[in-house]
Design a binder for this molecule. Structure first.
Ligand code: SF4
Length: 199
């Protein structure tokens, strides 16, 4: 069967950017209420093992990668190949990989405005209500938990509406292909190594 790259139409790309901005604003609001900031942190969350689940974010990340210079891209590709090999080895040993994201250069994200949802929401305490009604709680990173211990009156960030909007975008992007498209369950490194999503 003929396949083609999954490309975001400008309107969908605009909505992804808007969604990401709203996530950032919600994060900032919760962080501010907790008087919490990442500056001075001895840790770097970018070595956390996160999997991403939508063609929408994968395709949007490709947009970002296209803005980089060739030398930067080559460097990121080399780091991504290494990341994939090392993470597979760690998983085979039954360990959760702790490896720096290939997009992180000298402690900073090379694609900050294109970074994925979990990069934007991780850190502060959050909740998520699943479609079946079950509520999940995320305590936030270790430093943020110290702030919560000092003041537990702050309302956690509710991730539910952001997930919903991302699912809506995924439905718009894939249309009828959604029913047959293989599920996405990839690290950023795997997305880089695989190249653009193709269906
Ligand atoms: S995409 Fe950027 S913010 Fe997200 S883990 Fe990688 S370097 Fe960090």
């Amino acid at each position: 069967m003929k396949t083609a790259e999954v490309i975001l139409k400008p309107e969908v790309a605009r909505r992804v950017a808007e969604l990401y901005q709203d996530m950032e604003a919600a994060y900032d609001q919760t962080a501010k209420a907790l008087d919490f900031s990442c500056s001075g942190c001895p840790d770097n969350c970018c070595d956390s093992y996160f999997l991403h689940h939508t063609y929408t974010e994968w395709a949007y990340l490709r947009y970002g990668l296209k803005t980089l210079e060739e030398s930067q891209l080559q460097n990121i590709n080399a780091k991504a190949i290494k990341y994939v090999a090392e993470s597979e080895a760690a998983l085979a040993r039954g360990e959760r990989p702790i490896i720096m994201c290939p997009l992180n250069t000298d402690g900073r994200c090379s694609l900050y405005s294109y970074r994925l949802m979990i990069c934007r929401l991780h850190g502060v305490p959050a909740t998520f209500t699943r479609p079946d009604g079950q509520k999940l709680d995320f305590p936030g990173c270790f430093r943020c938990q110290e702030h919560i211990a000092a003041d537990n009156s702050v309302t956690p960030l509710d991730r539910t509406q952001f997930f919903r909007r991302l699912v809506e975008l995924e439905i718009t992007l894939l249309g009828h292909r959604r029913m047959t498209a293989p599920k996405v369950k990839l690290t950023i490194a795997q997305m880089v190594v695989k190249g653009p999503p193709v269906l």
